[in-house]
Design a protein around this ligand. Structure first.
Ligand code: SF4
Ligand code: SF4
Length: 136
């Protein structure tokens, strides 16, 4: 494999509507809190669920991410690392099958310019480093 094609499609928010949790880093928490004008402590109390090894956004019951609006992510410039790096997550970059499975709901996969595999793996590494609790 020499590379992967990807270009996020305007108006699409499919990745924000998938089942699963949005994990965040300590830096993400501080950045997101600042972006919405809250103290990190208050932001965490309201939006974050903390376990021993992981932080994740609380999901409203029967709903999607707190920050998803009709026109997209309301905290886009400060969004969590996992959201920013998608679809170059290790589990997708390392598996042709998983990459193709994700293409079933991410219309940006397979479109746009070719991203060199080294670059894609570099982003996957950033993801691994950001979430050591997930990729041990
Ligand atoms: S699902 Fe894919 S194309 Fe749609 S917003 Fe997410 S990354 Fe972009
Ligand atoms: S934080 Fe933003 S990009 Fe991430 S799931 Fe929520 S709405 Fe989508």
């Amino acid at each position: 494999m020499t590379g992967l094609r990807f270009e996020c499609q305007p108006g699409c928010t499919n990745c924000c509507r998938q089942k699963g949790f949005v994990y965040i880093t300590e830096d993400d928490l501080a950045r997101m809190a600042k972006f919405v004008g809250m103290r990190p402590r208050d932001f965490e109390r309201r939006y974050v669920y903390r376990t021993r090894h992981l932080l994740r956004l609380r999901m409203p019951r029967h709903s999607q991410c707190h920050f998803l609006r009709e026109d997209g992510c309301s905290i886009h410039p400060a969004k969590p690392t996992q959201c920013r790096i998608f679809p170059f997550w290790p589990e997708l970059v390392d598996s042709k099958r998983e990459w193709q499975n994700a293409a079933a709901w991410c219309p940006g996969i397979g479109k746009g310019k070719l991203i060199q595999i080294e670059s894609a793996r570099g982003q996957a590494e950033e993801m691994r480093a950001a979430y050591p609790g997930m990729y041990r």
